[in-house]
Write a protein that binds this ligand. Structure first.
Ligand code: GTP
Ligand code: MG
Length: 277
């Protein structure tokens, strides 16, 4: 099934973001540390074009540490950008963000202004509003473990100089690279109603067998090698209660078990993209 999810509120959000860019000094792009390429929205690159960018590899607590470090080094090589990491065990402080924003504003020679604006952008469910709440030290924005929680922009003051604007998560109208689209769906960026969980779990199973077989063996308690996604799904349904009458796997239930395990870190710290350095 070809994946595509671009509901009306995202179209509206992109038009609103284009307007917001006029007053924006620095963009803060939130990427998923597990898939920095697939989680980078090409439409945002066009809308934010020319603005200095703080890239944040978020949910770093769920990604492979060495891989995240390699991505951070690589992304830091680009001029007009700085890359930071953020995760549940290593949360960026307000001071870290303001320091990065001021440094970029200085490096890029932005004209002096009494007030500056930092805008958070990124795909759905990547953790934008959670970060805004952390920086504000209050629960100002609604957050939740499903995509499209934020439907409109929200502005807060960070200090005497900087404002921060939270924006709705955005995908792009045509997800041309379907492997990337499947990665996004696997990590919960696309609404369940727009994808078949069984398809996504099948994709996840193939990827995990290739890259993270020991993690699968430990989680689902099997010693022998699994050859394909079908075998893995059958095994998960047996060990985790996903069987239907007659002993066959209930694929929908088994898909949910596997996807929840991948998304929540129960299979360990997983990275699905490696930098090519
Ligand atoms: N493990 C982990 N979970 C996180 C992190 N940041 C956010 N989350 C979780 O990710 C989910 C989505 O967070 P939100 O802040 O609502 O994401 P968002 O980018 O604002 O999403 P939309 O508004 O739908 O675009 C929530 O369940 C958060 O608790 C993180 O660094 N690590
Ligand atoms: Mg949000």
């Amino acid at each position: 099934m070809a994946i595509s999810w671009y509901p009306g509120h995202m179209h509206k959000a992109s038009k609103q973001l284009t307007k917001t860019m006029r007053e924006t000094d620095v963009v803060m792009e939130i990427l998923d540390a597990r898939i920095p390429v697939a989680s980078s929205n090409p439409m945002l690159a066009a809308i934010c074009h020319g603005k200095p960018i703080i890239q944040i590899l978020n949910k770093a607590d769920l990604a492979d540490d060495i891989c995240t470090l390699r991505w951070q080094r690589k992304l830091n090589l680009k001029s007009g950008r700085t890359c930071l990491t953020n995760g549940k065990n290593n949360i960026l402080s307000l001071g870290d963000i303001i320091k990065a924003a001021n440094t970029l504003a200085g490096q890029e020679g932005l004209p002096n202004k009494a007030n500056r604006t930092l805008v958070i952008v990124g795909i759905p469910n990547v953790g934008k509003s959670t970060l805004l709440n952390k920086l504000a030290d209050r629960k100002l924005a609604k957050t939740g473990n499903e995509p499209a929680i934020t439907k409109g922009q929200q502005r807060i003051r960070l200090d005497e100089k900087w404002y921060l604007i939270d924006t709705p998560g955005m995908l792009w109208p045509k997800l041309e690279d379907q492997t990337n689209a499947y990665k996004l769906a696997m990590l919960g960026t696309i609404r369940n109603t727009a994808v078949e969980p069984e398809d996504i779990a099948w994709f996840a199973a193939e990827l995990l067998i290739e890259k993270y077989l020991p993690a699968l063996q430990e989680r689902y308690q099997f010693g022998n090698t699994i050859e394909n996604a079908e075998q893995l799904m059958q095994l998960i349904s047996q060990t985790r209660g996903g069987l239907q009458k007659g002993g066959r796997a209930n694929l929908y239930k088994t898909a949910e078990i596997l996807l929840n395990d991948v998304r929540s870190g129960k299979l360990g710290k997983l990275s699905f993209e490696l930098p090519s350095d």
